[in-house]
Ligand binder design. Structure first.
Ligand code: FES
Ligand code: MG
Length: 576
């Protein structure tokens, strides 16, 4: 009755109840009840992770992508089956999208384990979704290929090109400074997001799309086509075709996500001036593969890798321009000598072989050469010192150069609520040379490490024309934001990190040149203050309790301890 040569996952993961033949009999009865024939079942089964959600406009093209993937799978003789998981959007996830990333990764991992799939296409896009999917797929261990939804189109406001969300922040800053009125801010609100798809600048979504291609877990050329284009649909079809290949070749994800692949991801993250959040996500994905993040090796890599991509917020262009200029392959050609070319990709060929066949470079003004970088000093620097012994980071390419070496008086905000209550007060004692410190916005403290590290310029300073001020927090910031902003101070305040001990009036010295962040308060004084810290209440039930009990600090990826590979091996990037 059952064909033993059947090359499909339909016979895998059978719940036997003591009789696997009967379990398969039942399974086939049910799927035939859905209208499929035996012929359709005797093929490699390609799962397609459907992350469409009415609350996720960044994934608004997922139904069309699924159609195109299915077409590709069937043209290659496979049997495509889509199934849902959690979908997370940045603006519709309380308390933060980061809080839900690990839940989405667990959902993805367990569905990949549970379902009878030979390979899976992961459709992700919005910031936390691609990291969650790669974390889950890395733990599940099956053949997997990433497809991103693609970037949104830009819009136009009074003759100026605009896109989410660097321009969202730019116009909001102008509105706060009372440079534009209620009417104009309402008008621009309708122009910022030109279509479905992910943010059109070097935010986390664009960065994770690019690093997925760099790691070889997504097809060459697949990161940059905008969401609503024919290019994007053809990439989806091709992804479906290739998914059948990785299923039959048993090209499992551990063969792709190697230390060499992570090295390539970090290089591309740096060369594109990508989001600081990608560092947290890559640490989490690497942690699932058993590779601990070496922040100091990453900093050394940063010193050698210039920012070459002229993309907001470090530069001026948008993702659609990056795509037209040649995309990630073109960028990788510029740093080819810094890449691990022997890394295997989902095509079954190495990165070097793929780059040999990449489209020939042509003149364009979006991806610079090494002789003419956007920023020569590296985009992300790692800072250490008594204020962040576990490390902190700064996106120096999006900072004000004059503030990168700075000594100033701390103005401390206890938490996000305290900040909201006082930042716009005319009574706030602050000037442009001060350093704003915001704490209790870390992984445990908020919870879920919100992108609140982009502390607004106090309204009275904004009105006086101040455009930037040094800011320090234990939180994150959006990749679309710019400013002299120190992030991910670790350990965070909520687990007793020294950022909990800063008081208004203390002096802090930031030196990006020396990679240091120092609180100029004697050790004995800090020890006394530590005894006076009052512990804040923690959640007592449900996912929030699990999160607070198990989440790691930023340098470990904010993953749950029990989800990390228990047997760490080679650190990434590989120390030189
Ligand atoms: Fe989804 Fe920016 S909000 S990518
Ligand atoms: Mg974001």
């Amino acid at each position: 009755m059952f064909d033993e040569s059947m090359p499909t996952g339909m016979r895998s993961n059978l719940t036997s109840y003591g009789d696997t033949e009967f379990a398969l009999f039942l399974r086939k009865a049910f799927i035939k009840g859905a209208g499929y024939s035996d012929d359709a079942l005797d093929r490699p089964v390609i799962g397609i992770v459907d992350t469409e959600s009415g609350f996720n406009p960044c994934h608004g093209n997922v139904p069309q992508l699924i159609d195109a993937i299915k077409r590709g799978v069937m043209l290659s003789g496979g049997f495509p089956v889509s199934f849902p998981t959690i979908s997370v959007h940045e603006s519709f996830a309380h308390p933060t999208s980061m809080f839900l990333r690990n839940l989405m990764s667990m959902d993805t991992e367990e569905m990949l384990r549970a379902l009878p799939v030979d390979a899976v296409v992961l459709i992700g896009g919005c910031d936390k979704t691609v990291p969650a999917q790669l974390m889950g797929a890395a733990s599940a261990g099956k053949p997997a290929i990433q497809l991103v939804t693609g970037s949104m189109l830009t819009g136009s406001h009074r003759g100026r090109t605009v896109g989410a969300c660097t321009d969202c922040r730019f116009f909001w800053g102008k509105y706060r400074a009372e440079e534009i009125d209620d009417e104009e801010i309402a008008e621009v609100n309708g122009r910022l997001v030109g279509s479905v798809g992910t943010c059109s600048v070097a935010g986390t979504a664009s960065t994770m799309a690019a690093v997925s291609e760099a790691m070889g877990i997504a097809l060459p050329g697949s990161a940059t086509p905008p969401a609503v284009t024919a290019d994007r649909m053809r990439v989806a079809e091709e992804t479906g075709r290739r998914a059948v290949g990785i299923a039959t070749e048993r090209l499992t994800i551990d063969q792709i996500l190697t230390p060499a692949a992570f090295d390539n991801a970090f290089r591309v993250l740096l060369a594109m001036g990508g989001s600081t959040n990608a560092l947290v996500h890559l640490a989490a994905i690497a942690g699932r593969c058993g590779y601990p993040l070496d922040l100091d090796a990453f900093d050394r890599m940063g010193r050698e890798t210039p920012v070459l991509l002229d993309l907001k917020p470090s530069g001026d262009h948008y993702m659609e321009d990056f795509h037209r200029a040649g995309g990630v392959q073109r960028l990788m050609l510029e740093i080819r000598d810094q890449l691990q070319l022997d890394a295997l990709t989902v095509t079954g060929r190495t990165l070097g072989e793929e780059l040999d066949d990449a489209p020939a470079p042509f003149p364009q003004d979006v991806i610079r050469g090494r002789d003419n970088p956007i920023h020569s000093g590296g985009s992300i620097a790692v800072l250490r010192g008594n204020l962040a012994p576990g490390g902190s980071i700064i996106k120096q390419s999006a900072a004000t150069p004059a503030l990168l070496e700075h000594r100033g008086r701390a103005v401390v905000f206890e938490d996000a609520e305290d900040l909201a209550a006082r930042i716009d007060s005319d009574d706030l004692d602050v000037d442009a040379d001060d350093i704003l410190v915001l704490r209790n916005i870390g992984p445990v403290g908020y919870p879920g490490m919100p992108e609140a590290g982009y502390i607004p310029i106090p309204r009275k300073l904004a009105r006086a024309g101040v455009k930037d001020i040094v800011r320090i927090s234990d939180g994150r910031m959006s990749g679309t934001a710019a400013g002299t902003i120190v992030l991910h101070a670790s350990p965070e305040a909520a687990v007793g990190g020294p950022i909990a001990l800063v008081r208004t009036g203390d002096m802090i010295t930031l030196s990006v040149k020396d990679r240091t962040l120092r609180l100029e308060v004697p050790e004995e004084v800090l020890a006394t203050r530590a005894e006076q810290v009052v512990e804040r209440p923690k959640p007592r039930r449900g996912y929030a309790k699990l999160y607070a009990d198990e989440v790691t600090q930023a340098e470990e990826g904010c993953d749950f301890r029990f989800l990390q590979d228990p047997d760490p091996t080679v650190p990434v990037p590989r120390p030189t």
